[in-house]
Design a protein around this ligand. Structure first.
Ligand code: MIG
Length: 817
């Protein structure tokens, strides 16, 4: 009897062994049927034939589903998520004949037992993320397959040279240095965000796969009726994040992966870069030209030629003999200088940075324990292993000491990581990961994130009340917590003008709001027209910088002849005027995760005609831009969403819910500088009726003037909410209430226009007065009162604008029409 049992068990064991041998040898094995389940500490643990699943619900985020195909769960290696994770909420388990229901609040995971399949169900009974084949693996490779609804659109994965809607296409997440990328075909690119938003019938949900391995997302490019997630390794761990608004999805997603902190305010100013400005005299000449021409500029960049033989944290003394003096001279003129830093450290026994990293054993390794060597700009280099705590400290100190010499921020390039020859490191390279050794395969996509984190931590450790400025090329979900980004090496081509908006908007929908592109194109030489069209978009972007490569024409804003110099100057000045609005939008991001530049679907999700618009965007809450992206065009046809709108530069009114065509001339002025249209008319910009847009006077750099008054442009005709955010612009005090957030509520009908003002926060350094300009009144109003007292208001019957001054402490404005 006993023996029989042993034999039987042995046979079973061998059979199981066979199955797993087959599974190893090339076929995908899916999870199988549900066998049992239990709940431990708010986590539901399910045993399946071929896997284990752990399901939790994170407060304010959604369900998290983790699979293990080995029977074991390792520690959660999570680089993407915030340190203080939201707590797990209780999950209620309900059984019925066909399914198991896991309920958290009013959200449900509906689980079919045989085979095991998960479907998400919202309170309204809408179903999303329906497992088709569900979860499976082949050896270390994992996959997750859900049903694809043919009407659904998909946003996400961050910046890709592609339309925002990913439906019908396949993408790979493997950070890659691919300059000169082509619209619609280049993939992968510099960054990886394993997160997307699905939208159908005005309902949106998000899915985040918390795994850094090389991954392919198939949105129906290969299999039409599935969405496929295929990863080379790591854990299958995903979060289902319900809307129904895209706004809620992003709010929850950024609760999980973090938000961008406010940058120093100067980082929102115009920035000028080139590969490379040198020697010091040239940099100073550029600086002088900006000031002499009264073209505002806050930041100048030094590209790799400032270094001594491309060694990080060194100066080429021939080109820059007195760097500290130069930097302090520039600072006096209001210029901040940002220097590039590459991750590869030159292997040179006389170079102290290399030596200290060697002594402390901080570089990535081959399997035999020797340091990996790659070739990049400096020649042979070693790569810091940012997965080690000690490297974080070492690097952070280097960056801090570097900034102490007068540098205002750093620009992290080549951190995909990019290596000459093989494009990147081989997969066998090892990372220490604080004792849990990992391979390049796992660390590749987060190399840039970890470098940005070490840089940020270094600055914060030494100067905890200062706001760091870091720009990075490579990134992963969560990088927004540390750095701004740009879209890498675009080219002076019209297709690249078209790519600017969908790339920056997709980045915003992946949680990174602080993004921009090389104005003018990095490669190639733009014509005046092309540069101007780039700039018209650029001055409305969160990160606004001209940058260009060696061997291309000079690309300062004044390099395209008289007429373009005039228009470009006006465009850059305009950015400084609307800075309060941009800054307010940035603050909003810190509170809700909202992007700064938003696709129209963000505000008009109930209007499907907005779902596939790639060449228009909202800036903040009320401005909408429809830039020209084609050569030779003098008009722009655009979709104006529902509602009443004003042309920003001509104050004409338009009714939305339809397509309109407006002039957007190339030659907005004649060559003798005689204006024959508004110089900014080439940029179609609209504003929603009911909104209040704060504007300020032009400064040559942020903080040049002590600004005591702002203009409020109030657009008559509808009711709306607007905001103005103010703080000191450079410390962390805003996190402790040192800001002033003014909320304007307009209410408008035929007889009245009322504006209520409310303030929040303790900051006292904001402006003390507002110049109110009410636009769109058809005749002089009967009365204008502020806090119940009538004020001296001037109505201009030519422009239809009513003007008066109020104190920034005012509580209410009442206009009787
Ligand atoms: O191999 O530092 O994207 O902005 O000017 C090229 C030189 C390296 C690529 C960056 C670009 C930068 C350039 N870098």
């Amino acid at each position: 009897m006993k023996n029989k049992r042993v034999v039987f068990v042995l046979i079973l064991f061998l059979a199981a062994g066979c199955v797993s041998t087959f599974a190893q040898s090339g076929v995908y094995r899916f999870a199988g049927n549900l066998r049992s389940y239990k709940k431990v500490d708010n986590v539901v643990e399910v045993r399946l034939d071929n896997a284990k699943v752990r399901i939790a619900y994170l407060k304010g985020v959604g369900f998290r589903i983790r699979y293990s195909f080995t029977g074991k769960f390792g520690p959660m290696l999570s680089y993407a998520t915030v340190e203080d994770m939201p707590p797990k909420e209780n999950i209620k388990i309900e059984k019925n004949v066909s399914a198991l229901l896991l309920k958290a609040g009013d959200e449900i995971l509906r689980i079919q037992r045989s085979p095991f399949r998960i479907t998400y169900e919202s309170a309204d009974g809408d179903q999303f993320m329906k497992d088709s084949f569900g979860a499976g693996h082949q050896g270390d490779k994992i996959c997750h397959m859900v049903q694809r609804d043919q009407d659904e659109v998909y946003y996400g994965l961050g910046e890709r040279p592609y339309q925002m809607n990913r439906a019908g296409a396949t993408f790979t997440l493997w950070n890659t240095d691919h300059g000169g990328y082509l619209s619609g075909s280049t993939d992968p690119l510099y960054q990886s965000y394993p997160f997307y938003i699905g939208l159908a019938n005005n309902k949106a949900y998000g899915v985040f796969y918390n795994n850094s391995y090389k991954t392919t997302f198939d949105f129906g490019g290969q299999l039409k009726t599935h969405i496929g997630y295929y990863s080379e390794g790591g854990e299958l761990c995903y979060y289902v994040i319900y809307g129904p608004g895209i706004k809620e999805v992003l709010q929850k997603y950024t609760r999980l992966t973090g938000r961008a902190p406010l940058p120093p305010k100067w980082a929102l100013g115009y920035q000028q870069s080139r590969y490379s400005y040198y020697p010091a005299e040239e940099l100073k000449l550029i600086a002088r030209q900006f000031r002499a021409r009264k073209i505002p500029c806050d930041v100048l960049y030094l590209d790799i030629d400032y270094m001594h033989g491309y060694r990080d944290f060194t100066w080429n003394k021939n080109f820059f003999p007195h760097p500290t003096k130069m930097l302090s001279e520039l600072k006096k003129e209001g210029f901040k200088v940002v220097t590039i830093i590459d991750p590869g450290i030159k292997k040179d026994s006389t170079y102290s940075v290399y030596n200290s990293g060697l002594e402390k054993n901080l570089y990535v390794k081959y399997p035999n324990g020797t340091n990996y060597t790659g070739v990049v700009w400096p020649g042979k280099v070693a790569f810091p292993d940012f997965s080690k705590n000690e490297t974080d400290t070492w690097w952070g100190n280097l960056v801090y000491n570097w900034e102490q010499k007068g540098v205002s921020g750093v620009w992290l390039d080549m951190n995909e990581p990019s290596v000459f020859g093989g494009k990147t490191m081989p997969d066998i390279v090892l990372f220490n990961n604080d004792g849990h050794e990992t391979s390049h395969l796992q660390m590749h996509n987060i190399y840039g994130l970890l470098e940005a984190k070490a840089t940020y931590n270094g600055m914060m450790r030494h100067e905890p009340n200062k706001r760091p400025f870091i720009l990075t090329r490579a990134g992963f979900s969560g990088t927004q917590r540390y750095a701004a980004m740009w879209t890498g090496d675009n080219v002076a081509r019209w297709q690249d003008v078209g790519l600017t908006m969908p790339m920056v908007m997709a980045e915003g929908l992946a949680g990174e709001p602080f993004d921009g592109f090389d104005i003018g194109g990095f490669g190639g030489s733009p014509t005046g027209e092309l540069y101007m069209r780039f700039l018209q978009i650029g001055v409305l972007m969160p990160f606004c910088r001209t940058h260009s490569s060696k061997g291309t024409v000079e690309q300062q804003p004044w390099d395209y002849g008289h007429m373009y110099t005039f228009i470009n100057t006006k465009l850059i000045r305009f950015r400084y005027k609307i800075l309060p609005d941009l800054y307010t939008a940035f603050y909003e991001h810190t509170q809700t995760g909202s992007p700064i530049i938003r696709p129209l679907v963000w505000d008009f999700q109930n209007d499907p005609s907005t779902y596939n618009i790639n060449d228009q965007f909202m800036l903040g809450d009320h401005l909408m831009a429809a830039p020209v992206i084609h050569q030779g065009e003098n008009n722009r046809t655009l979709y104006l969403p529902k509602g009443e709108w004003y042309g920003f530069f001509n104050d004409s009114t338009y009714s939305g819910g339809r397509e309109i065509t407006v002039p957007a001339p190339i030659r907005a002025v004649d060559t003798y500088n005689k204006i024959y249209t508004h110089p900014l008319q080439g940029l179609p910009l609209f504003v929603q009726a009911g909104s209040v847009i704060p504007m300020q006077e032009v400064q040559q750099y942020i903080g040049q003037k002590h600004i005591t008054s702002m203009t409020l442009r109030v657009y008559n005709g509808a009711s709306a909410k607007s905001e103005l955010y103010e703080d000191d612009g450079h410390t962390q005090d805003y996190r402790h209430g040192q800001y002033r957030l003014t909320t304007f509520m307009t209410k408008s009908d035929n007889d009245h226009l009322d504006i209520d003002l409310k303030r929040d926060g303790t900051y006292t350094g904001g402006v003390s007065t507002f110049d109110v300009k009410v636009i769109g009144l058809h005749h002089a109003p009967q009365s204008t009162t502020v806090d119940g007292k009538s004020v001296d208001a001037h109505y201009d019957s030519d422009t239809g604008i009513l003007e008066f001054k109020i104190s920034a402490d005012a509580n209410s404005i009442a206009i009787q029409k």
